[in-house]
Structures are given as C-alpha cells and as structure tokens.
Design a protein around this ligand. Structure first.
Ligand code: ADP
Ligand code: MG
Length: 359
C-alpha cells in the first residue's frame, strides 16, 4: 500500500512551436488505500496524469512520490503499480489462465503449479473460475474486463491505475461492475487512481474526486463537497445531472434581475456587495413550481422519468432545466414560475468564475 504524492506536476508534449501543455500545476495527495477518481472532459489531461503516475511518461516538471519514496525518475516496471485499460489489452492467443498468470510468470520464480493456484484464487474472487481455459475472444466484454482486473490483482501491487476500465460495457453491466470494483478495492485496500469522463461514475465510486479541466486541477473533494461547494463555475457545471442552471444577473442593492423577467430579493447582500453583475447558479432540483415565483419561464418540453419529471423551459434566452414531481405536468407553451430558497443559490464571479456563494 502507498500514499501517492504528486507535486507541481507538468507534462508537455511536442517540441519547438508545437508545444501542448497536457497537465500543469497539479498538486495532489492520494491517501493510502484511497479510491481517487480523476474526472473531466475529453482532452483535459486525465490519461496523461495517470500515465505520469505509472511512469509511462517522462514528466516535464514536478515530482511523484510513493510513501516518501521519490519515484519520479523510475520507469514503469520499477514502480509497484498495476494498470487496467479501457480496451483490456488481453493477449488473444493465451487462455484466461495464462493471461491472469502472465505477470507472475514474468516476475517470479514460482512454479507453474504455484502460479495456477494463485490464478485460481483470483479467478474465484472475480467469479470467472469457469472460464480459465477459454480464450479472450470467447468471452463477453464484462468477462474480459474481469480477466484484465485479475491480471492487475494477481500482482498484488501497491497501486492500481485504471483508465476508463468500464467504458466499453453496456449501461447495466457498467453499474454492476462499479459496485463490484469498489468493493474489491476496499477489500484489497490498494491505493487506486481511477479515470473516467463520466461524472456520475466519479460521484458513485470515488472516496474523493479530482476534477480536471484544461490540464489543471480544479477541485478535489468528496462527492458531496464538489456538488455542494464547487470552487468555480466549471465544477458547478460539470458535476450534477442534469446540469446546474447558470445565467448572468444584474445586482442593484438586494435585488438580482436577469433574463426573461428574473427577479430575486436577497436577504443577505454580503456576497454581492460592490458588484454590478454576478453569475447565478440554481440546481434543477432546487427549483419549485409555484403560482408566484421569481423565475418566470415558458415550458418547452416535459420529460416523464416515472418518479419525477424533467421540465425544460425558457427564461428569456436562457434554457432552464428543473426536476419536479411527476404529478406536475404543465403543457408545452405554458407560462410557469419557480421559486428557490436563498440557501440553495450559487453565485460566481463573472470574470474569474470563482465561487462567491455556495450551499
Ligand atoms: P484525457 O484522458 O483527459 O482525454 P489526455 O491526457 O489523453 O486527456 O490528453 C491531454 C492533452 O494532451 C490533449 O490535448 C491531448 O491531445 C494531448 N496529448 C495526449 N497524449 C499526447 C501525445 N502522446 N502526444 C501529443 N499530445 C498528446
Ligand atoms: Mg483519456
């Protein structure tokens, strides 16, 4: 087991004029036994960060330590890490038994019998002991992913690194594997860095979540923290499904006015004091449909989700999404109004996009 300490990590690709800064200024500690999920949009630097931890990239600047051991200059095979990729990377000509046992055959002097015994234990843990004689192409996607996991587990590493390992699975299997993987990680207690572009998956799986954008770490925290106390507008917009509603409002004393007749009286003006304008954020579930509210809008679509409805509407130029009771079924084109509590209001600085008020 290991604590991973990343300090001022920077990774550039290319040379001369065509320099791409993939990751910069990343400071992060992943605690011993922690499940840390890296999440962010495509191209934000998730895979690069993981590959730097693995030792698969020469980093441009910064240090990486495992338990106070500086591994920055160590190559991948010198670091005690096991990786699992999206495409599984199984050896097609080898049986499941050989695929799982491969790292041991490479690195230990154990006899074939001893290795096969360990393979059997790992396969049982993953529920694939019946498949040991099969070749990868005979397996389903979910089974192949288990084999790839088995190959990582059998190495008994200090660190697991997983890059979108569930993205090739269908939705139902993916959600089942999320739970299994989490349980497995907790049972084994291996420090894990896990990459996904899916914020729902990140929220469901991570002990903590590290949110990246444009190569920079935006925030690190528990699901609850990043949801309720986003540090900036990007995090507020990225975390949560459906997304938070965001628009610009003008400030006049205690009154906020915005697009399409939005008008809200603040009790506490301190967050907006000295401001002319502010970015307003309201989560879809924090808006209630009422007779007389501060958010007037025109219904465009009602999506029935069974236990609740997603109501899409327009407030001037702004598209709003709200989650309402499934009995609330206003027709398309209807004028509706919403209310929200001041404590549910998020406010962001127009220029810096930093949060000035969260929940
Ligand atoms: P993510 O995994 O979040 O989608 P990546 O870490 O793969 O993002 O990529 C981050 C940025 O670095 C992107 O702009 C990508 O094009 C660039 N990049 C990644 N790998 C290389 C490489 N080997 N050579 C050049 N640019 C790269
Ligand atoms: Mg990637």
């Amino acid at each position: 087991m290991a604590t991973i300490e990343i300090t001022q990590l920077r990774k550039e690709f290319g040379d001369g004029d065509e320099q791409i800064v993939a990751v910069e200024d990343v400071d992060l500690t992943i605690e011993d036994g922690e499940f840390m999920v890296f999440v962010g949009p495509s191209g934000c630097g998730k895979t690069t960060t993981l590959r730097c931890i693995a030792g698969l990239e020469d980093i441009t600047d910064g240090t990486i330590e495992f338990d106070d051991d500086d591994v920055t200059d160590q190559r991948a095979r010198e670091r005690d890490v096991a990786m699992v990729f999206q495409n599984y990377a199984l050896y097609p000509h080898m049986s499941v038994r050989k695929n799982i046992g491969f790292p041991l055959r490479l690195s230990t002097k154990q006899s074939t019998d001893e290795i096969n015994e360990e393979v059997k234990d790992v396969a049982e843990m993953l529920g694939i002991e019946e498949l040991l004689g099969d070749k990868p192409k005979e397996l389903s996607g979910g089974q192949q992913q288990r084999v790839a996991l088995g190959r990582a587990i059998i190495r008994d590493p200090e660190v697991f690194l997983m890059d979108e390992p569930l993205s090739n699975l269908d939705a139902k299997l993916r959600s089942k594997m999320r739970t299994e993987l989490q349980e497995l990680q907790k049972d084994l207690g291996v420090t894990t860095a896990y990459v996904t572009h899916d914020q729902t998956e990140a929220m469901a799986m991570g002990d903590r979540i590290a949110i990246l954008n444009n190569g920079r770490l935006q925030q690190v925290g528990t699901a609850n923290e990043v949801y309720r106390e986003p540090t900036n507008e990007f995090v507020a917009g990225f975390i949560g499904s459906p997304s938070i509603n965001l628009f610009t409002a003008e400030v006049d004393g205690a009154t906020l006015t915005g697009p399409g007749g939005f008008r809200y009286e603040l009790d506490d003006t301190s967050p907006v004091a000295d401001r002319d304008e502010v970015r307003v954020g309201i989560r879809p579930e924090d808006m209630q449909l009422v007779e007389d509210g501060s958010v007037p809008s025109v219904v465009t679509v009602v999506e029935n989700m069974g236990n609740e409805n997603f109501l899409y509407s327009e407030m001037g130029e702004i598209n709003l999404t709200t989650r309402v009771d499934s009995k609330m079924n206003p027709r398309e084109g209807a004028d509706v109004e919403f209310h929200f509590d001041e404590e549910d209001l998020y406010l962001f600085d127009l220029r810096t996009e930093q949060a000035i008020k969260t929940k």
